[in-house]
Ligand binder design. Structure first.
Ligand code: COA
Length: 242
């Protein structure tokens, strides 16, 4: 890996975006390497923590590369397909955002299930200022996360959301000092890891699918037959608490 540091643990993978010379801007090499991470997580489902090196999450897609792209590349959805793949990973994902998460960097964070911010976090989608639109999820994912009014301020009026804004609008779960944000993210993942893996996976599927009584019942039917459910409920009834 040239653009990422990847730490593989039993129950999770920790990815650090690392192109400090370009504020961790997402270039083709990083896209390819993040696809490799996704492939590994699809093969062996684990939790995912994404963060950025050196006090920046990611300052967007790489503008030098974007400048050279034309219609064919746009239609290929280079970033949008990657972020969709990340959003569809089997188990939950957490973004720990320190510093700038702009453009594609913000969209990567929006694609994660939970976001934590440091006091220096800044979210924004300045794409129209570059003559393009935020086409890798911001136009609909941000609206889902914060509502149309705030999303339009970000997308149309270039509003940047600082950490307090992001917390107030529900974009991030918490603001944590930079020195503690990874620890806090691991704590969150530890909490998730204590849940049943299949239960977590199906809950994510059903939630992201928009929920429906039929899918809820079918997913529950699978879980009701699982050994994990029996073990966990027996433990509860025997006085153990998870
Ligand atoms: N793509 C390519 N290179 C980028 C980049 C991007 N999205 N963002 C930053 N860089 C590069 C800069 O060109 C600069 O390179 P240089 O040292 O060779 O000149 C280096 O990273 C440092 O950036 P700089 O602007 O000097 O840092 P800063 O701390 O003053 O400002 C930002 C940080 C994030 C505010 C600023 O870099 C910025 O506005 N980046 C672009 C954000 C953007 O429009 N993103 C949407 C892209 S779709």
């Amino acid at each position: 890996m040239n653009t990422l540091t990847v730490e593989e643990l039993d129950d999770r993978v920790v990815v650090t975006l690392r192109r400090p010379e370009a504020r961790n801007a997402i270039n083709a090499a990083m896209v390819a390497e993040l696809h490799d991470v996704c492939a590994a997580l699809e093969e062996q489902p684990r939790l995912l923590l994404i963060t950025g090196a050196d006090g920046t999450f990611a300052a967007g897609a790489d503008i030098g590369e974007l400048r050279e792209r034309g219609r064919e590349q746009a239609l290929r959805g280079i970033n949008s397909r990657l972020f969709d793949r990340i959003a569809r990973l089997p188990l939950p994902t957490v973004a720990a955002v320190d510093g700038y998460a702009l453009g594609g960097g913000a969209e990567l964070a929006y694609a994660c299930d939970v976001r934590l911010a440091t006091p220096a976090a800044v979210f924004g989608n300045p794409e129209p200022g570059l003559g393009i639109l935020a086409a890798a999820g911001a136009c609909w994912r941000l609206r889902e996360l914060v509502g149309a009014s705030v999303a339009k301020q970000v997308l149309l009026a270039g509003r940047r959301l600082d950490a307090d804004d992001a917390l107030r609008f529900g974009l991030v779960a918490e603001i944590v000092p930079a020195g503690e944000v990874l620890k806090r993210a691991h704590g969150l993942l530890d909490r998730m890891a204590r849940s049943g893996v299949l239960a977590l996976r199906l809950t994510k599927l059903v939630t992201d699918g928009g929920g429906h009584p039929l899918t809820d019942d079918l997913a529950q039917a699978i879980l009701f037959e699982s050994e994990d459910k029996r073990v966990r409920m027996d433990a509860f009834l025997a006085g153990g608490r998870s």
